[in-house]
Design a protein around this ligand. Structure first.
Ligand SMILES: Nc1ncnc2c1ncn2[C@@H]1O[C@H](COP(=O)(O)OP(=O)(O)OP(=O)(O)O)[C@@H](O)[C@H]1O
Ligand SMILES: [Mg+2]
Length: 446
């Protein structure tokens, strides 16, 4: 519809090129549709003197930036509104005038915190500078090069950007994460104005293979932040003091590369209560971790700390105190719709026979995790490969292969849910497992 509208209005403009209102409409449509190629010629006949209204000048300023004409943008963006300032910041950044851009950006956000844009701020380096760290440094014990290499390996950001669109189902969790994490992260000043606390950590928990890691990556993607995936077991080191040093270096790296999401997978490896504790984890590592997180409270601009665990009940309560992992989200097994979507996604790039009804399999896989469903598709693929080799021609995945794979498989979330039910019933301090209870009730498992 947009394309049609753009087409007919462009034709009308060609007939009466002096109609400024019409020209503005066409420009707006191009801008909204992300079509920047033709903006150049559309903008050429316009001068700032042609436009009386501030909103029109703002529009042309935006369009000029989209058309890579930052100088032109500045000629139009002469107002003192927060919106105009924000666009000026963008134009100045393009022109390499970061200092002026930063000043404009800061003035814009002061006037209207809702305009905050961490991506732009990071490019302008307008984030609050990291406070100098005057804590005594841990003494270097090992060779520093291995340390740097280690850290890079541990922190290597994932390549592709994953967003919520890649996470099927889990609508409730996604909505909550959006409201409670992504928004405050993107607009901290707005939340501060209303005296809402921001920062602290977020803990994702739930049965294995149901998308905790995926969801953490997607949260980073939605925030447009760098994603640092830390396997907690990688930090733990047998040498005294080494784990603490690695931890500190990781938090430091994230601070320096804000906006960033720091994700600690399998957090229980460091934060387990004594009776569950890893032999290697010392109380020192725990306290280092907690003090790094507390340190973030004073200076957490642009860094979000996420953790994930299968065993929330094993976590030391000290980790759950305010400002630490004080918000928890239950990541349940996928519902029927999500299961169909996951199966579909897994089968998408493989040879598949026509007319397979995935709904049937989705229906039969209650309690299966995303990872379980992936396994079913893997097994079905193995059968297809075997058949292909036997018959000498390519045999695609058939419904029967999926059925056979299904019969060979088990749902791995049920055991977890049974354990969780006991904790939810008998150790639900502060209602921390209410989401689990709700899930179990909804599925008639209480
Ligand atoms: N809701 C979902 N949508 C799409 N893919 C999913 C979903 N849930 C799980 N998967 C897929 O299943 C696999 C396992 O998911 P993931 O690693 O995120 O689970 P996890 O909860 O972190 O598991 P673990 O507790 O074992 O670490 C991944 O390949 C992921 O892409
Ligand atoms: Mg995981």
């Amino acid at each position: 519809m947009d394309a049609q509208l753009i087409h007919s209005l462009t034709a009308a403009l060609a007939a009466s090129p002096d109609n400024i209102a019409l020209r503005l409409s066409v420009i707006r449509l191009h801008l909204d549709a992300d079509r920047s190629e033709e903006l150049n010629s559309l903008l050429a006949p316009l001068g700032p003197e042609d436009l009386d209204r501030a909103e029109d000048r703002l529009l042309i300023g935006r369009a000029s930036i989209a058309a890579d004409l930052p100088e032109t943008a500045l000629a139009f963006l002469t107002d003192d509104s927060a919106e105009a300032r924000l666009e000026r910041a963008r134009a100045l950044l393009e022109l390499g005038r970061e200092d002026e851009g930063t000043a404009e950006y800061q003035a814009a956000v002061r006037d209207n915190p809702a305009l905050e844009d961490p991506g732009l701020a990071a490019q302008l380096k307008a984030f609050r500078p990291v406070v100098a760290d005057d804590r005594p440094k841990l003494r270097v014990i090992s060779n520093d090069d291995t340390m740097a290499e280690d850290l890079n390996r541990t922190l290597m950001p994932e390549q592709d950007r994953v967003t919520f669109a890649n996470v099927h189902g889990l609508d409730k969790v996604k909505e909550e994460i959006r409201r409670k994490i992504i928004l405050p992260y993107l607009k901290p000043s707005l939340f501060q104005k209303f005296r809402k606390r921001i920062g602290g950590g977020i803990l994702l928990y739930g049965p294995p293979g149901c998308g905790k890691t995926l969801l953490a990556r997607a949260t980073a993607g939605e925030c447009n932040a760098k994603f640092f995936n830390v396997m907690v077991s990688d930090i733990l080191d047998m040498y005294i003091g080494e784990s603490e040093r690695k931890l500190h270096a990781i938090f430091d790296a994230a601070r320096q590369q804000a906006p960033a999401v720091l994700f600690f997978d399998e957090i229980e490896a460091v934060g387990a209560k004594r009776q569950y504790s890893h032999e290697g984890t010392s109380a020192k590592v725990v306290s280092q971790f907690l003090s790094e997180m507390d340190g973030f409270n004073q200076d957490n601009q642009g860094v979000l700390v996420l953790g994930a665990t299968n065993v929330p009940w094993a976590l030391d309560p000290a980790f759950r105190r305010p400002g630490r992992f004080d918000r928890t989200f239950f990541v349940p097994p996928p519902d029927r719709e999500a299961r169909a979507a996951i199966l579909n996604l897994e089968l998408r790039d493989r040879p598949v026979a026509a007319g397979i009804d995935l709904e049937v399999i989705a229906k039969a896989t209650g309690g299966y995790s995303g990872a379980d469903l992936k396994n079913i598709v893997e097994t079905a693929s193995d059968i297809a490969i075997e058949r292909s080799i036997d018959s000498g021609h390519e045999v695609p995945i058939e419904a029967g292969f999926l059925k056979a794979a299904l019969e060979d498989s088990v749902a791995t979330t049920l055991e977890w849910l049974t354990t969780a039910r006991n904790y939810a019933r008998y150790a639900n301090d502060g209602g921390q497992y209410n989401a689990v209870l709700e899930f179990l009730r909804k599925h008639g498992k209480m």
